[in-house]
Design a protein around this ligand. Structure first.
Ligand code: IPD
Length: 268
């Protein structure tokens, strides 16, 4: 990456520091499958531990900034205009099952706008990062969204609602959406981490992604990755994205409209 801002360097350093313990935790998760308590408590502990390390490192470097975190919630900073949005492990179900597809997600929000984001998979060591106006990068290599223009060549990612979750409508709505997209595309993937789904769209691996029922920390960093990689991001209705609303539709510029139309048509 040509020039990293001091804030981006702070984010990357924090993620690398937290990854040391997180990798160790992941290495042990397999043995917990057989323990009495099962892995769920252990993962919650790993989530909390990772978030604490990230928070500690970020606070050391920027003591005034606030936080919005998956585990600890909102922590106001003395600077009312800047906060970190953190998901310590996005893809927790994968983590529990020993599937090495999960990531830390850290975004910087300034005056209400996301200005920097990183998504880091500590196992594959893929580090995706972006800053406003500076492009998106994967391990120092510039990335761009795909240029595919036809739905029938495109691969899309999504998240399948589980345990009754999904803010817009019910599971039936999602099944209709899947049915419509699978009929006109090359395929649908569900890998289990919205942060990595967005990073993969930014890298041109997926041509688009949609999901509802997400939390701001799942997508804050990924959104700037996709935008800086040249992609479009809205909610499923095609309106401006609101992080709190949890509905997201993203794709390259050719496919954002047809994917959105397919989804909206399916919902009728
Ligand atoms: C989850 C992942 C998953 C998505 C879920 C999220 P978490 O985040 O992003 O892909 O489908 O809706 O809750 O819980 O692992 O941080």
């Amino acid at each position: 990456m040509a020039l990293r801002s001091p804030n981006l360097n702070v984010m990357i350093r924090a993620a690398r520091e937290a990854s040391i313990k997180l990798k160790r935790d992941y290495g042990e998760v397999d043995q917990l499958q057989v323990s009495k308590k099962g892995p769920a408590d252990y993962v919650t502990a790993a989530d909390i531990r990772t978030e604490k390390i990230l928070r500690g490192e970020l606070t050391k470097a920027r003591p005034d900034y606030g936080f919005l975190m998956e585990e600890a919630g909102i922590v106001e900073g003395t600077d009312p205009d800047r906060r970190w949005i953190i998901d310590p492990i996005d893809g927790t179900t994968n983590f529990v099952h020993g599937i090495a597809h999960f990531a830390m997600s850290i975004a910087l929000q300034e005056h209400g706008r996301i200005t920097a984001g990183i998504v880091f998979n500590p196992i594959s060591e893929e580090l995706f990062c972006a800053e406003l106006g500076q492009g998106a990068y994967l391990n120092d290599r510039r990335i761009r969204v795909s240029s595919r223009g036809a739905m029938d060549n495109a691969v899309f990612a999504t998240g399948i609602p589980f345990l009754g979750r999904g803010s817009e409508g019910d599971h039936q709505t999602f099944l209709k959406e899947m049915g419509a997209v699978m009929a006109v595309s090359s395929g649908i993937r569900r890998f289990g981490s919205a942060a990595l789904d967005l990073a993969f769209v930014a890298a041109g691996r997926y041509d688009g992604f949609w999901e509802t029922g997400l939390q701001p920390w799942d997508i804050a960093a990924g959104v700037i990755l996709v935008r800086e990689a040249g992609g479009l991001v809205t909610d499923i209705q095609g309106r401006d994205l609101r992080l709190e609303a949890g509905s997201i539709l993203t794709a390259n510029r050719n496919l954002h409209q047809p994917l959105g139309q397919t989804l909206r048509q399916a919902r009728k």
